[in-house]
Design a protein. Sequence first.
Length: 506
Amino acid sequence: MSKAFTTAFLFAAFLVSTHIKAQKLSDKYRPQFHFSPKANWMNDPNGMVFHNGIYHLFYQYYPNDKIWGPMHWGHATSKDLVSWQEQPIALYPDSLGYIFSGSAVVDAKNTSGFGKDGKAPLVAIFTHHDPVLEKQKTGKHETQSIAYSLDDGKNWTKYSGNPVIPNPGITDFRDPKVSWYEPQKKWMMTLATKDRITFYSSPNLKDWTRESEFGVDAGSHGGVWECPDLFPIMHNGKEVWVLIVNINPGGPNKGSAGQYFLGDFDGKDFKAYSKETKWLDFGADNYAAVTFSNTGNRRVLMGWMSNWQYANQVPTDPWRSANTVARDLGLKSVGREIYLTSLPVKELNALNTTGFSQKNVNVKGELDLTGKTKNTTGLFRLDFDTKSVGDFSITLANKAGNEMVIGYDKASNQYYTDRSKSGKIDFEKGFGVKHSAPRFSKDAYMDITLIADVASIELFADHGLTIMTDIFFPDEPMSQLTIKSVSGITLDNLKYTGLKPSMGQK
Ligand code: FRU
């Protein structure tokens, strides 16, 4: 090797190594413990998988601008689901098109034959979206493809036989979520196909057979079906299958949202207990949420904390979008209905700093907690429970007069969030509004967990039965916290915990 060449090579290697990025926490609106890319555009979480002690998050990424563009798979890793490190881009667009959403699996039995020297490959299954074919309006521009990595997701080789599922003539044909179906020792693919889900199976991730479809006559159809997921959860000794179907638009509070169905699955057909939609989250900002692969019986969900209604306009710079916190899923019966529950993962407790707790707190009118929180950055977790189930509102505010309100209205039995005075709202006309959500629990007892970052709140009510995730953009950090109740309410256990940042550089 010539000296000049060696120098050039070392410089290139240096550029690659410095490509590993960290977010600048001082950026205005920069989430402090939610993943956001250092710069440019992000949407759906992709290929979330646990492998060799590391959680991998891939995501829809456009590295050249803050708006949606030719899609790549960005990559971030975490040891604990809480602190994420951005890594070099994993998948680049190619002659078959952009790299749209999909999933990743650990092919432990090396069914694909991609493994080497006893090393199990990570296999990514994704949609190729061909922009040239799209313009020709053949309706055949989306196909399913695969790629594999033998070095923990750093380098990927695309399969030479791509696409593994050609398009049968369905315009929206995308977002494959693959999992291993142990009873029949085969891979199952859950694919969003316009207004329904189509299931495919495969012995080796390369050859796929169409099995069945679900949903043309079920659920919500206010928009196109996207980003599905299928997995079982044990409930009272019985296996219940959960089918998540994201939909855009048509959400309960406008725009993008996640619906789900519960039912049986036999390796071929999904049979829903009911054709009615249930919603995963009633906030406006939890889209494309799906679960991690390879986490055993644990089901960990993470979503894109934005909404196609305004995702390209939100006033952040130099990046756009963040993810929700990771959430543990479960099932809970209310009367004869079963619902999916979501709760923040326990790992989040590692961020707890100082706080306070108090028992039997009566709130009639207003309780100002600002003096006690000692937290001017607006990062906290608030937990309380009450046997009195009366109306309440929690207000995050600042000296600029911005307010983000989260509450419960007893008369309508609804939770709500109100971001109409939350700061910058004028980038899209539907942003600054109130959202509401039913209270499903019939208990004469209520428990609330609220998690706040610089630019988001996540409400987990009734042990995860009702969820609301909303982003907001205050003119300055939210530094004040009050709880109000007109009817009066007694908080049996009130706990405030400050949270510390888990991302990037100071
Ligand atoms: C969902 C979605 C997917 C698609 C991707 C493109 O937000 O529209 O259906 O694969 O985004 O970025």
